[in-house]
Design a protein around this ligand. Structure first.
Ligand SMILES: Nc1ncnc2c1ncn2[C@@H]1O[C@H](COP(=O)(O)OP(=O)(O)OP(=O)(O)O)[C@@H](O)[C@H]1O
Ligand SMILES: [Mg+2]
Length: 245
């Protein structure tokens, strides 16, 4: 089973949008797909509830801790044995033991980042945590980043994000546009791959590099030492702070 973790501790970076679109892509290809929602807000599970019965099935697992219950193993998150692709929609602020648990489960980790100085700084801190606390440098997981909610590629904010993502020495897979089609898809329990071809052609195209990377068709450039990674994150963060001032 391939386990794809979509994570960034920064809220609103696009985790659920990416997780649901990937789940719908695999389901549309008749791959046995499940989505594990670790977020108590349950956004992915709400998306599944809105999903038309006529669409290919996606199993939904509620993996969020029960209210008031902090024990990690008390979660009710059943994933069918025959699942071929499991997508994990992580909650905002995932850290500590939860982060470790999520990294341990993952074969692939995708980090969406929005184009703002605040998001860049928070993501630099998160990636540091992913390595130092989550154990990403010793895990089997392949890690990549994507830009999300990109309005204008000519904007200063996008230039800052592109420079940050390129500096990470992790595969920077694609830039996902800020598009109403993603909002419409989420409301209908669909992904852009299941909507009208002609209306969603550019969204499909911008998501394909992620699929290709997941299929192993894109080089994974991550091969540097954790200490070098932390040092490069510190300089990326300083640069983001400079941009914001
Ligand atoms: N590419 C996009 N185009 C348009 N809207 C988007 C895009 N990505 C995300 N959004 C919207 O931005 C909001 C936040 O996105 P999303 O819920 O996917 O983020 P998240 O990281 O899962 O948030 P949280 O941390 O709260 O779980 C949502 O309203 C979503 O529909
Ligand atoms: Mg979410």
């Amino acid at each position: 089973m391939q386990t794809i973790l979509v994570i960034n501790s920064k809220g609103g970076s696009g985790k659920t949008t990416l997780a649901t679109n990937l789940a719908s892509f695999y389901a549309s290809k008749k791959v046995r797909t499940a989505i594990a929602d670790y977020d108590p807000q349950g956004s992915s599970l709400h998306w599944l509830k809105a999903r038309p019965a006529s669409m290919n099935n996606i199993h939904g697992a509620n993996a969020a801790p029960a209210k008031g219950n902090v024990a990690l193993h008390s979660r009710q998150g059943f994933v069918p044995l025959e699942t071929e692709v499991l997508i994990i929609d992580a909650p905002a602020g995932a850290s500590g033991l939860l982060l470790k648990e999520l990294v341990r489960k993952a074969s692939h980790i995708i980090i969406p980042v929005a184009p703002s100085a605040i998001d860049i700084r928070a993501t630099a801190d998160f990636i540091k945590d992913l390595f130092l606390v989550g154990g990403a440098h010793t895990s089997k997981a392949k890690i990549a980043v994507v830009a999300n909610r990109v309005r204008m590629r000519s904007s200063n904010n996008y230039a800052a994000l592109e420079r940050f993502l390129t500096s990470l020495k992790l595969p920077f897979l694609t830039s996902i546009s800020d598009s109403d089609n993603y909002l419409q898809a989420v409301e209908q329990g669909l992904g852009v791959f299941e909507m009208d071809d002609s209306a969603t052609a550019s969204e499909r195209q911008e998501l394909m590099p992620i699929v290709k990377w997941l299929e192993g068709q894109f080089p994974n450039r991550f091969g540097i030492r954790a200490e070098d990674k932390i040092a490069s994150l510190e300089s990326s963060k300083k640069w983001a702070a400079y941009r914001a001032s």
